[in-house]
Write a protein that binds this ligand. Structure first.
Ligand SMILES: Cc1cc2nc3c(=O)[nH]c(=O)nc-3n(C[C@H](O)[C@H](O)[C@H](O)COP(=O)(O)OP(=O)(O)OC[C@H]3O[C@@H](n4cnc5c(N)ncnc54)[C@H](O)[C@@H]3O)c2cc1C
Length: 432
């Protein structure tokens, strides 16, 4: 295979956002660590509210998961609604679910208001059932979502699934029409430029190495050391996702970095593209160790999955290319001779309870745990946390749930536990 080990999306960004040149200011009101959807949406919001905000990104703007993902703008949470209600109670779950729906509207609003050219479109999502038992559960899941949140999802039986997907291997599907698609790299770079236009100061190639809380009488402040110098701020917002480092050790212990990989094929002829995805949906299957896939705006098949559980490295990226190609051909035998042109990987930010979390840790604001739902959720969370930093009422449901750390013996921040997680999910797929 003659594949570029490169992120296809980045090749479509004509003029990437650039960080500020020169040295850091000595002082700011708020420092944000991380320049992905979460940090940039916070910077975009804070700048519009007149706050002196400095964003610090270790690599290039949007370098993390935000430019590497599938570009699926999805509502809902990873866990099933009955599990969530049992765990947290009905009222808080309603707030979480409503936030997830609002988050798609927020992405659309930003894209429209800021004129970001990123192929945003409300194409809807399709979940496909890998087993009869998975399909049998769809009707109950749709009924529960209707009952709890008043939203209509549509169950698609196997005999009419051909109108949704050109694959014979599934037992049926579940459609949610509100989901959208986006080119994530164009979106994240557009968001960065929008934040800059509103006055946010974004520094790339600036790694935060240490944050120290200082007490000056009643007003605390933070001293932030970076590879470009130091600054003092009143507030810090940690938006470093799966790439959270030893600079903020308490948060790092709470995140499991999990690798996910994507291939993109050559451009498909129009007829073949229409055959594999007649409604151009954002598609994912019902397994724990799942595949997610979609057409790109120029009609490539973009096919992703957790082919390896480790965060991306040269070897996991290369091994994943062939595993994902095999997966794609199982789903779509008609793509057997289609060339794969790109492979890349990224790291997902999972919390131990598979939930997004926000709040304060060591006196700093934080938000992470978006897993595979971060395009919309991280955008919403960044804006929400920015409002709270400005003094808005804290009605964020994700700040009111417990944030568990690693179970005894499984230290996060190290990858040695991840094959166990991978094996666990594979066994779960076999059993359920
Ligand atoms: C392959 C893949 C596919 C995905 N597909 C989808 C999808 O289709 N739909 C969906 O909704 N979600 C998807 N996701 C998840 C989604 O991309 C993430 O949840 C989201 O981008 C998280 O945004 P973020 O801003 O929190 O983190 P990131 O975008 O990861 O940004 C964090 C940034 O913090 C920086 N950083 C870390 N430490 C420091 C430091 N000490 N100093 C300075 N900077 C630092 C990093 O360099 C990084 O750029 C996918 C993720 C991956 C990896």
């Amino acid at each position: 295979m003659n594949i570029k080990e490169k992120n296809y999306w980045l090749e479509t960004v004509a003029e990437p956002a650039q960080g500020a040149t020169g040295s850091l200011p000595d002082k700011a009101d708020v420092a944000i660590v991380g320049g992905g959807f979460c940090g940039l949406s916070a910077a975009w919001t804070l700048a519009q509210r007149g706050v002196r905000v400095v964003l610090l990104e270790a690599e290039t703007l949007g370098w993390g998961a935000s430019s590497r993902n599938g570009g699926m703008v999805l509502p809902g949470l990873k866990l099933p609604v009955p599990t969530l209600i049992k765990r947290y109670g009905r009222e808080i779950v309603r707030q979480m679910y409503n936030a997830s729906v609002d988050s798609i509207d927020l992405v659309e609003k930003i894209v429209c208001e800021e004129g970001i050219d990123c192929n945003f479109g409300r194409c809807g999502q399709l979940e496909v059932a890998c087993k009869q038992s998975h399909f049998d559960a769809y009707a109950a899941a749709a009924a529960r979502i209707k009952q709890e949140f008043g939203r209509e999802l549509r169950v698609v039986p196997r005999n009419v699934l051909g109108s949704e997907i050109g694959s014979q291997i599934y037992y049926g599907g579940l459609v949610d029409e509100i989901s959208a698609s986006v080119n994530p790299a164009r979106y994240v770079h557009g968001l960065a430029k929008a934040a800059q236009r509103h006055g946010a100061c974004l520094f790339d190639h600036t790694r935060v190495t240490q944050v120290t809380k200082q007490s000056n009488g009643t007003n605390g402040s933070f001293r932030i050391e970076t590879t470009r110098g130091a600054l003092t701020t009143k507030e810090v917002f940690l938006a470093s996702g799966a790439y959270t480092s030893a600079a903020t050790p308490a948060l790092r212990k709470k995140v499991i970095p999990i690798g996910s990989y994507i291939i993109a094929t050559e451009i498909l002829p129009d007829v073949l593209a229409a055959e594999v995805s007649p409604r151009n949906r954002m598609i994912y299957d019902s397994k724990h160790f799942l595949y997610y896939y979609r057409l790109t705006p120029d009609n490539r098949m973009l096919f992703g999955g957790r082919a390896a559980f480790f965060p991306e490295s040269e070897s996991t990226v290369r091994e994943s290319a062939e595993l994902l190609r095999q997966g794609m051909v199982e789903v779509y035998p008609q793509l057997r001779d289609t060339k794969v042109e790109y492979i890349w990987g990224g790291t997902l930010d999972f919390a131990f309870d598979v939930m997004p979390h926000s709040g304060k840790i060591d006196g700093m604001h934080f938000a992470l745990g978006f897993a595979g739902h971060g395009v919309a959720a991280a955008t919403w969370m960044g804006a929400k946390m920015a409002g709270i930093i400005c003094g808005d009422r804290d009605d964020n449901p994700f700040s009111r749930i417990a944030f568990p750390g690693a179970p005894i013996g499984l230290r996060s921040g190290h990858t040695w536990a991840l094959p166990l997680a991978g094996a666990y999910y594979k066994i779960l797929d076999w059993l359920t």
